[in-house]
Design a protein around this ligand. Structure first.
Ligand SMILES: O=C[C@H](O)[C@H](O)COP(=O)(O)O
Length: 150
């Protein structure tokens, strides 16, 4: 699995931890860090979130993990990119269902909301989840795509 990571200055420390964790994970083949590199970089979350979502939409990566202060700005930004389904998730169950029910390719988190150990656990679990296109959820997700393409 190819994964992009990105964050604003509020999320960069957690993003870097998650990036390193994902790079050690044998299930990932590429972990692309789209920035910011450090907290001195004041590029705002929409720039980073949209860039990562565009990489997902273009098929350059399958998924993205985005971090800002709350996860909300990254989520709203990523969802503006056609074809991308992003969610904030700070608990294991929501992260799991975002993939299995909603086929979300993008997970966003708030570094000011949850601690790094919980974030790492959620992301590690999230990599292991997959969407079943034959599931009853598939038709519901298809309705979202139909609206987007209308
Ligand atoms: O959703 C936005 C993020 O939490 C961001 O890191 C902080 O945004 P703000 O500086 O506008 O509060």
């Amino acid at each position: 699995m190819r994964i992009a990571v990105a964050a604003d200055s509020a999320g960069v420390a957690l993003k870097n931890e998650l990036r390193d964790l994902l790079r050690e994970d044998t299930r990932t083949t590429e972990v692309r860090d789209l920035g910011v590199p450090d907290a001195d970089d004041d590029r705002a979350y929409p720039l980073l979130g949209i860039a990562a979502a565009e990489a997902v939409a273009a098929g350059e990566v399958e998924r993205a993990v985005l971090v800002c202060g709350t996860g909300i700005g990254m989520c709203v930004s990523a969802n503006k990119v056609p074809g991308v389904r992003a969610t904030v998730a700070h608990d294991s169950y929501s992260a799991e269902r975002s993939v299995k029910s909603n086929d979300c390719q993008v997970l966003t988190m708030g570094a000011r909301v949850l601690g790094p150990e919980l974030a790492k656990r959620i992301v590690t679990e999230w990599v292991g989840h997959s969407f079943d296109p034959r599931s009853a959820s598939a038709a519901k997700v298809a309705r979202i795509s139909e609206y987007e393409q209308a």
